[in-house]
Design a protein around this ligand. Structure first.
Ligand code: NAD
Ligand code: MG
Length: 394
């Protein structure tokens, strides 16, 4: 029987890597591809849908529906557009779904995919930051299996194979440190989006690359680890490891540490989730440890990267503080990309909005609905944009 799959965000960096691994494994011959979704790159979305003989192709942008229809003409592939159409496509039952839309926009499709009870390969860490308790409860209720795709969390998941939860002492997330690892604060204040996008080790989408430079990506990952592995805030550490060879580590109560090593290639973590629980051959470079010669580590600087401190504050708050934090971060990134605020202003904005709305957002504990998440996300973005306007006006 052919495996039924869908890929949400198939035109992105994770999405394209996923498509390529699926093609390596026989593509449409061995997979029944239900839905592929994208945003503005209609040509790529249509080409992927034709190649994998998808049933449905959806763009998030309603103004591009005609373009998508034209690109799919004669293929028999259904075209649709808009966030609701993506959510509908995610409700189509599959055995394996890749959640790789960027930002909070990935939450609803991820939840819908979980409701069909198959495997959800989760690249969209924002889902867990915004609504971790809801996401886990949805998976549990529908019998869905959640597999992390973020390289750090895939590494931790693999290091925990066969281990008992009560043996975990700490989780150590590695961080490359990004392009500004050794830059002084004054120089960081002046960086441009193009400089922030140039990640030293990983080839990723624009937004996550800039989040890596500010370490907001690591902040999201700290919260993601807290949700996924049920480890409290004070037992999650970050260590800067410039080579990005160790993808993360787990420290156990007997003093042992298990580390996961591999090349900086997301096809490792995607392929692991695709083939789980089996390890199949993957087209990755093999590590040459003698050629690498050394692996370096140093502490992360909380002064230049306040996002790390904010992540711990958000975990201490709990409830829906993560939804506020993530939305404020997305608004800050929009402001930085538009040239309205500087690189270091992003964390000032996020701190301001999280202080403003965080306590109220936290008060619900784990008793909240999807509507509560979306409302707080909306309010945090409004507050973030208002902060940017006062900045621009000043
Ligand atoms: P990307 O920007 O390259 O791709 C994002 C995808 O989402 C594209 O298909 C785009 O068309 C779609 N999209 C964008 N806005 C949308 C919207 N509003 N509604 C619906 N679809 C929309 O991003 P990426 O780097 O592939 O990252 C995707 C997710 O995976 C993010 O959550 C990111 O944090 C996570 N992740 C990425 C990497 C990586 O190496 N790229 C590693 C770990 C985790
Ligand atoms: Mg990561």
């Amino acid at each position: 029987m052919r495996r039924r799959i869908s890929i949400f965000g198939s035109t992105g960096s994770i999405g394209q890597n996923t498509v390529s691994l699926i093609e390596d494994q026989g593509g449409a011959e061995t997979h029944e591809v239900v839905a592929l979704t994208g945003a503005r790159n209609i040509r790529l979305l249509a080409a992927q849908a034709r190649k994998l003989r998808a049933r449905i192709a959806v763009t998030s942008d309603p103004t591009r529906l005609a373009e998508l229809r034209a690109a799919l003409e004669g293929s028999g592939i259904e075209a649709a557009a808009g966030p609701a159409a993506i959510a509908d496509a995610a409700s189509e039952p599959v055995d394996w779904a890749m959640s790789a839309i960027v930002g909070a926009a990935g939450l609803v499709p991820g939840l819908r995919a979980a409701e069909s009870g198959g495997i959800v390969a989760l690249a969209n860490k924002e889902s867990l930051v915004c609504a971790g308790a809801l996401f886990l409860a949805t998976c549990a209720r529908h019998g869905a299996t959640l597999l992390p795709v973020d390289s750090e969390h895939s590494a931790i998941f693999q290091a925990l194979n066969g281990e008992r939860h009560d043996a975990i002492e700490r989780i150590i997330l590695t961080a490359s440190g990004g392009p500004f690892r050794d830059w002084p604060r004054e120089a960081m204040a002046r960086v441009t989006p193009a400089q922030a996008m140039a990640h030293p080790n990983w080839d990723m989408g624009q937004r996550i690359s800039i989040d890596s430079a500010s370490m907001f990506n690591k902040a999201l990952e700290i919260i993601e680890a807290h949700v996924l592995f049920g480890v409290p805030s004070e037992r999650i550490e970050v260590v800067v490891h410039p080579q990005s060879i160790i993808h993360s580590l787990v420290g156990f109560r007997d003093g042992s540490i298990m580390a996961h090593l591999g090349p900086s290639d997301m096809r490792g973590a995607i392929g692991y989730a695709l083939n789980w629980p089996v390890r199949e051959p993957l087209p990755l470079d093999r590590l040459d440890l003698a050629a690498l010669a050394r692996l370096d580590f140093c502490a992360a600087d909380p002064e230049r990267f306040p996002a790390l401190r904010l992540a711990h504050e958000v975990m201490e708050l709990g409830g829906l503080a993560g939804a506020v934090f993530n939305a404020a971060k997305e608004a800050a990134l929009d402001g930085f990309l538009a040239g309205a605020i500087g690189f270091l202003d992003m964390s000032v904005l996020v701190e301001h909005v999280t202080r403003d709305l965080g306590r109220e957002a936290a008060s619900c504990g784990s008793e909240y609905s999807l509507a509560d998440v979306l409302e707080l996300d909306r309010r945090a973005r409004v507050a973030g944009r208002a902060w940017i306007e006062t900045c621009v006006g000043a």
